[in-house]
Ligand binder design. Structure first.
Ligand code: SF4
Ligand code: SF4
Length: 151
């Protein structure tokens, strides 16, 4: 009988609508107004990769050891190097990183012995082409340059 009365008087519907109307106050609006307002990123968020350089000399910190490439379960990092005949040291020539296949697990970052490779808090990685998702050394060193919209 109680269930029948609830159905006749649309009690469940009214309760549902009340929940909706109760949350109409502007202080309860949850939608982020991106890109006008940029979201706050969690401290431990892992986003766009960056190949760090020495800010004083402008030289890469990467020693071309290939450990990041070996640690990556997706095999998406390719490191090339050549040996400097004078210093006998390996020097980085090219570094490619396919962001389209990356799952941002951070294993490459953890494997780097010199903190050259870092997953930053930049989250805007979209590109119009598949090729655009493959970042070369220059892109990794300079980082993405997303458009900042102002209203
Ligand atoms: S974050 Fe993970 S999947 Fe992406 S490149 Fe590094 S190891 Fe590979
Ligand atoms: S692990 Fe670090 S130093 Fe070694 S190749 Fe990768 S980025 Fe360079």
């Amino acid at each position: 009988m109680r269930k029948l009365l609830r159905t006749i008087f649309l009690v469940d519907l009214i309760q549902g609508l009340w929940v909706t109307f109760r949350n109409q106050h502007p202080k309860n609006i949850y939608t982020e107004q991106y890109p006008a307002q940029r979201p706050r990123i969690a401290e431990r968020f892992r986003g766009a990769p960056r190949l760090n350089i020495n800010p004083e000399t402008g030289e890469t910190l990467c020693i071309a050891c290939d450990l990041c490439a070996l640690a990556c379960p997706e095999n998406l990092i390719v490191v090339s190097s050549e040996r400097n005949k004078q210093t006998r040291r390996k020097e980085l020539t090219t570094f490619t990183y396919d962001t389209s296949r990356c799952m941002f697990c951070g294993l490459c970052e953890d494997a780097c012995p010199v903190d050259a490779l870092e997953l930053t808090q930049d989250f805007e990685l979209a590109s119009y082409t598949r090729e655009g998702a493959i970042w070369d050394r220059q892109m990794l060193e300079e980082g993405p340059k997303p458009t900042w919209y102002r209203y």
